[in-house]
Design a protein around this ligand. Structure first.
Ligand SMILES: [Zn+2]
Length: 86
């Protein structure tokens, strides 16, 4: 009778452990799918990476759109273009 009680306790403990594990797994899966659903997606429209150029005079890296073009390359400012090109 004593062993039956021990067996019953072990079975109940195993049942609780298994239930908790399944619940944790389901929560993890739900969280993962929410994360994927919340992530904004723009297929076919990836953000274009800004092309970086290096100032020919001082070596500063800057986006090409903000650079000043000279005969020897790109510059961070008209002042540096004047100093290097002349
Ligand atoms: Zn510069």
């Amino acid at each position: 009778m004593k062993y039956l009680l021990v067996l019953a306790v072990v079975l109940v403990a195993f049942y609780i452990w298994r239930t908790n594990r399944e619940r944790a797994w389901e929560e993890a899966v739900a969280k993962e799918s929410q994360r994927h659903a919340a992530k904004p997606r723009h297929p076919g429209q990836p953000a274009p990476p800004a092309q970086m150029v290096v100032c020919h005079h001082c070596g500063l890296h800057l986006p090409r759109a903000e650079s000043v073009e000279g005969s020897l390359g790109h510059y961070c400012s008209p002042e540096h273009r004047r100093l290097s090109d002349s």
